[in-house]
Design a protein around this ligand. Sequence first.
Ligand code: NAD
Ligand code: DAU
Length: 338
Amino acid sequence: MTRTVLVTGGAGFIGSNLARFLRRERPEWKVVNLDKLTYAGNAESVADLRQDPGHVFVRGDIANAELVEHLIRHHAVDAILNLAAESHVDRSILGPGIFVQTNVSGTQVLLEAARTARVKRFLQISTDEVYGSLGASGKFTEASTLRPSSPYSASKAAADLLVLAYGHTFGLDVVVTRCSNNYGPYQFPEKLIPLMIANALEGRRLPVYGDGMQVRDWIHVEDHCRALLAALEMGRGGEIYNIGSDNEWPNIQIVGRLLEILQKPRELIEHVKDRPGHDRRYAIDAAKARAELGWSPHIAFPDGLKGTVEWYLQNRGWWERVRTGDYRTYYDRNYGAR
Ligand code: NAD
Ligand code: DAU
């Protein structure tokens, strides 16, 4: 079936990978890509799609109801994949307001437009962080209690609940996916893996929060994109699907591995003051997605990590250009006091 999908946040890390993935996997579909181009959005990340008639890029805010309604009508949008968000936990600690504005109010604007225009499916791209933190054992399932710890995760949990409420109350066909930590090409260098690669390549210190024994469950962005397409096509309306790769690592081991791949000294590591409210461990049980969506991850972590380092080595201009100006102001504010 020919489809037009509205991907929001499509100039960000996952969104740009998803836009490219959808054009490749579903070439008969049209992708309308709505992105505000905040500090985290980068038109360069979808530069290769500029000449592609199946990809339409629109700079704009998901909280702009008039624009969203116009895009849905004008392009006869069948489905919305909502990735637009303020996504960085540390920034949400420095300034929570914009997180509520975009992640909560912006999502509600999209939902209202989807309901009015009778959009066939609304896919909300959410996070395992809505479940809070785990102890040494166990994994998050879709039935785990919501216990968000940071303003970022609280805003994502609020958005999830609004999405599910629009399904329950108005009959909008909604699906929520909750994925673990993504890595891969085009990730903004404020997040652990690209930050450590970029700092190591520039001979800067690698700031590891606290003891570095916090655990994250890593998945390659391409595997996440494949799961999103499966959830869009095969997910049951009103359901939540956890997405993860059974790939838990303490931060300090990830940083050590990156230094080994880059052949840089461990002395670059600097333990700095911990993130306030820092979640200790995430781990995802993705059994439901595996069983119902027929999905499974394809990319082994050693290969994915090597490929990611390779991408940052080959695309130095992409990340060097964004590590100036506002980025340095943020960096000094976030790390200066640690
Ligand atoms: P990102 O910060 O790299 O990209 C976010 C994009 O959204 C940027 O291009 C930005 O310009 C755009 N944006 C921000 N506010 C907007 C607005 N008001 N209107 C339109 N566009 C706006 O984030 P990401 O890592 O690609 O994450 C994408 C989504 O996936 C987010 O919703 C995030 O919560 C979710 N998620 C991320 C991860 C992860 O590990 N990165 C894991 C699970 C879920
Ligand atoms: O779990 C999914 C989430 O993963 C997504 O919802 C978020 O959008 C995404 O940003 C990510 O959140 P994290 O806080 O887990 O990611 P981040 O890359 O910021 O940090 C990963 C771990 O590394 C975390 O335990 C904090 C630590 N860290 C991070 C940075 C930036 C450091 O020790 N030093 C750092 O400088």
